[in-house]
Design a protein around this ligand. Structure first.
Ligand code: TYM
Length: 326
């Protein structure tokens, strides 16, 4: 069984982009693969965050993992900070990563753009090394992520190759796994930008009130044409709504075009709002019952124990390879 690993940062409320690009896809892996899904709370410290907000976000993310269908008997669910091997492998791997390649990372450039160099945290700069440690510790071959994380997984491959070139076959080569439709869900208010946790006007939050979700979809920015057709360059807004609809209905974009041939944008938007609200309503109900069950902490504790035993074994292999005493 191939190992699968992915994680989400608890920096804010999850968005429909996180759901379609990542979360919704995770449960499918747990039946066929050995699956590790975690809460990247150490990564959440790379930008300022209130301690209580961080704790609450991490708890909510765990509850949403379960609500989305992850079964803790099949998937190892854990908090990154509770498996100290992540921090240890990170320390070792920083020695094989170059400043030039860190500085070229698109996410680093975006997140540091508005800051003066003196105010950019080192953690933000070396963010991808910790992410490489996350992946490599579990010998993960498959890493399901959205488009914006592809570059970080590529860097992980470069690091693994560099390390193995020097020390032999120690690390397993991972590969990013992107969905064909929905790897980059765009903002509803500006469909040329990615939907993100930090843009409440253009995003849909998984815990959002459904009336507000419907309103945002009905007023999503589109073009002045009237045909429901997939064309990212000419019709980014409609193409984005088509992506959302196709992903949630699990149908092709061609199928969406056919279904809405001859219909107005208003009719199409209503259908998108219906499908999103239906999905979110179910998710929110399951989230509520999971929170009420009081099981989240237990699941994370058990997950951390399982994760530790796998991660520590890889760490030992790495330590032995580089010449550290075990
Ligand atoms: P994060 O928390 O920013 O996003 C979590 C997942 O959601 C995907 N995603 C999207 N997919 C489609 N459309 C969007 N608009 C959209 N926005 C976000 C992301 O691609 C991601 O898959 N660095 C990671 C967390 C991480 C990680 C890892 C992931 C840490 N270590 C190891 C995989 C493996 C992050 O910040 O994701």
């Amino acid at each position: 069984m191939a190992r699968v690993l992915s994680g989400i940062k608890p920096t804010g409320t999850l968005t429909l982009g996180n759901y379609i690009g990542a979360l919704k896809r995770f449960p499918a892996f747990q039946t066929l693969h050995n699956s590790f899904i975690f809460i990247a709370d150490l990564h959440a410290l790379t930008l300022p965050i209130d301690p209580e907000v961080l704790k609450k976000n991490a708890f909510d993310l765990a509850a949403f993992y379960l609500a989305a269908g992850l079964d803790p008997e099949k998937t190892t669910l854990f908090l990154q900070s509770q498996v100290s091997a992540h921090a240890e492998l990170n320390t070792i791997l920083t020695n094989y990563a170059y400043m030039g390649e860190m500085a070229r990372m698109t996410q680093f450039k975006e997140k540091s753009e508005a800051k003066k160099e003196q105010a950019i945290g080192l953690g933000l700069f070396t963010y991808p090394v910790l992410m490489a440690a996350d992946i490599l510790l579990y010998d993960a071959e498959i890493v399901p992520v959205g488009e914006d994380q592809r570059q970080h997984v590529e860097l992980t491959r470069d690091l693994a190759q560099r390390f193995n070139h020097r020390y032999g076959d120690v690390l397993v080569m991972p590969k990013a796994e992107l969905s064909k439709v929905g790897a980059r869900v765009m903002s509803l208010s500006d469909p040329t930008k990615k939907m993100s946790k930090s843009d409440p006007k253009g995003n849909i939050e998984l815990s959002e009130d459904l009336a507000s979700v419907r309103k945002k979809i009905m007023s999503a920015v589109t073009d002045s044409d009237t045909i429901v057709r997939y064309d990212v360059a000419q019709k980014p807004g409609i193409s984005n709504l088509m992506t959302i609809y196709a992903s949630l209905k699990e149908i092709s974009l061609e199928n969406v075009e056919k279904t809405f041939a001859g219909q107005t944008y208003g009719m199409f938007k209503k259908a998108v709002a219906d499908v999103v609200c239906e999905e979110l309503q179910q998710l929110q109900e399951r989230y509520q019952s999971i929170v009420a069950s009081g099981l989240v902490h237990h699941v994370l504790k058990q997950g951390a124990q399982r994760a530790q035993s796998i991660a520590n074994a890889t760490l030992q292999r790495v330590k032995a390879a580089v010449g550290l005493w075990l």
